[in-house]
Ligand binder design. Structure first.
Ligand code: PGA
Length: 249
């Protein structure tokens, strides 16, 4: 698949900062093509950012950080997939912060994935273990948890998603997982997906990705992309990350 780097801005940036940063990303995107470059602003900034990058390069798009599992109705504070349609090409599902603070888990995740797929938005399903532990144990647990997140979805639906492996202990800690460790998990997840769904998943890594460690992450076999938090908030570091991951800069 075409490689992808997604910047998750989380609950950061004013509208002026968000539009300015998005314009900067749109400017450098052509130079890292065919890498797909994506940024995920907070919900209220999706419209102004979308307007600010109306003439964006074809390899640049927007993502939402969360979506409701319901189609419409009395869900105060939630945003429906139909309301995101036309604004974003991707949407995060099951990010660890959503699981922790909003109880996004279990059948809700499946509903969110189905709502997104129904309107043609690609779900980016996040998964990963809480603590670092010896290989065999943790990778079995990871696919067990992922299997329950995806329970009830068809192989066809799963093929349309991207998956971001984000070990919780690596998110926002400054301690990215080691490339060998990531590679082992990716291999285990692919073997599991092949056996269970007879398919290959598109796999991203996230957790303390920086301009400094992107070079070595870019060499991990089978890694299709990166999900970047803190380092995507600065134009310079996000530019370097995209450049290094694309191998073009
Ligand atoms: P981080 O966040 O890059 O700041 O660790 C990653 C994420 O939460 O997606």
């Amino acid at each position: 698949m075409t490689k992808i780097v997604i910047g998750n801005w989380k609950m950061n940036l004013s509208v002026a900062e968000a539009t300015h940063l998005a314009q900067g990303v749109a400017q450098f995107a052509p130079e890292v093509a065919p890498l797909r470059v994506v940024v995920a602003p907070s919900h209220p900034w999706l419209v102004p950012v979308h307007e600010a990058i109306r003439f964006r390069p074809p390899n640049f798009s927007l993502a939402a950080q969360a979506v409701s599992g319901s189609a419409e109705g009395a869900y105060t504070g939630d945003v429906a997939a139909t309301q995101l349609k036309g604004l974003v090409a991707y949407c995060l599902v099951g990010h660890s912060e959503r699981r922790r603070y909003h109880g996004d888990q279990g059948s809700v995740l499946q509903q969110q994935i189905q709502q997104l797929l129904a309107v043609g938005i690609t779900p980016v399903v996040c998964f990963g273990e809480q603590t670092q532990s010896p290989h065999k144990q943790f990778s079995v647990q990871i696919t067990r948890d992922l299997g329950s997140d995806l329970h009830g979805l068809t192989a066809k639906e799963i093929e349309k998603c991207l998956f971001a492996y984000e070990p919780l202990w690596a998110i926002g800690t400054g301690k990215a997982a080691m490339p060998k460790y990531i590679q082992q998990v990716l291999q285990h997840v692919q073997a599991w997906a092949k056996e269970k769904y007879n398919t290959r998943l598109s796999l991203l890594y996230g957790g303390s990705v920086t301009a400094d460690n992107t070079g070595e992450l870019a060499h991990i076999p089978g890694l299709d992309g990166l999900l970047v938090g803190g380092a995507s908030l600065k134009l310079r570091s996000f530019h370097v990350i995209c450049g290094r991951f694309s191998g073009r800069v």
